[in-house]
Design a protein around this ligand. Structure first.
Ligand code: APR
Length: 258
């Protein structure tokens, strides 16, 4: 990793905090998957879907208005995801669980790259692209439905009630899953170091978690090539891509744990 003196210092400071940490955790956003080839939300959507505003595709109203269009948008993203691999940043975070057995990742991402890289303790605030549920929550919220077909151009019917299936992701104007947001709050209240990686910090309630962690005494380490809404409360900011910074940080930790 080509490291500026500022980032070299940031890595050293972050490693020093983590070396003395008993309960680190991480909050990730779209930036951690950027080096796997998934555009972030603040970048323009590319290709066919660039003509649509996300609110035309990722809201309950959009699904009610045009279920086929929304279903095809998500089927297209699922097909794209099938060809995408975790990057070195995902693998480095998975290795943190070896060093810190209770290490948890709170993610806003709906890809499954953290799990595919080997992370076990992943709290998903915005759901999972590869999962489907009944759009009528006919057996409770959520009513997960195991459907992996990729051929259908329109949402298949729920086998229980016949309502159309929908992706099990949180759309704009929807509440986050209560269990996950509560667990994320508990983790941030007890973490002594919180890594905040690849998020603009623009979408609540996830964006409120770093400030809650800092108020509870956590040191905040941000990894983001840009300044974000989180930067002003970060104790350390490593302005580098996470696919480079996280492996470099892990090497520093491993080189001094001997
Ligand atoms: N490494 C680390 N960070 C990166 C990288 C990288 N290689 N590339 C880009 N970033 C940073 C950008 O600078 C930006 O600050 O990742 C951040 C991505 O921000 P957003 O696109 O806003 O994504 P995110 O913060 O995850 O959005 C939160 O908003 O649209 C909703 O539900 C959606 O979960 C999403 C939520």
């Amino acid at each position: 990793m080509e490291t500026s003196p500022t980032n070299q210092r940031g890595l050293q400071d972050a490693a020093a905090l983590l070396r003395h940490s008993a309960a680190p955790a991480a909050l990730t956003g779209a930036g951690v998957s950027r080096e796997s080839g998934i555009p972030t939300f603040r970048e323009a959507q590319t290709g066919l879907w660039a003509q649509y505003d996300p609110t035309e595709l990722a809201t309950p109203e959009a699904f009610h208005r045009n279920p086929e269009l929304v279903w095809q948008f998500y089927q297209s993203r699922r097909a794209d995801l099938a060809a995408i691999q975790p990057n070195p940043g995902h693998y480095a975070l998975a290795a943190f669980e070896t060093r810190y057995p209770d290490f948890s990742i709170i993610t806003q991402n709906v890809d499954d790259l953290h799990e595919r890289a080997g992370s076990k303790n992943v709290i998903r605030l915005h759901g999972r692209l590869s999962a489907n549920k009944c759009s009528a929550d006919c057996k409770g919220n959520p009513t997960p439905i195991d459907y992996t077909g990729i051929e259908s151009l329109k949402p298949p019917p729920c086998p229980h009630c016949g309502a159309p299936l929908r992706p099990d992701v949180v759309w704009f104007n929807e509440m986050l899953p209560p269990r996950e947001i509560s667990l994320a709050g508990e983790i941030c209240a007890s973490a002594d170091v919180l890594l905040v990686i690849g998020t603009s910090g623009m979408v609540s309630p996830a964006s409120l978690l770093p400030a809650a962690a800092r108020s509870a005494g956590a040191m905040i380490i941000e990894i983001n090539p840009q300044i974000s809404e989180i930067s002003r409360i970060a104790h350390v900011h490593i302005a580098a891509p996470s696919g480079q910074a996280l492996p470099a940080l892990l090497r520093l930790l491993e080189s001094t744990s001997l």
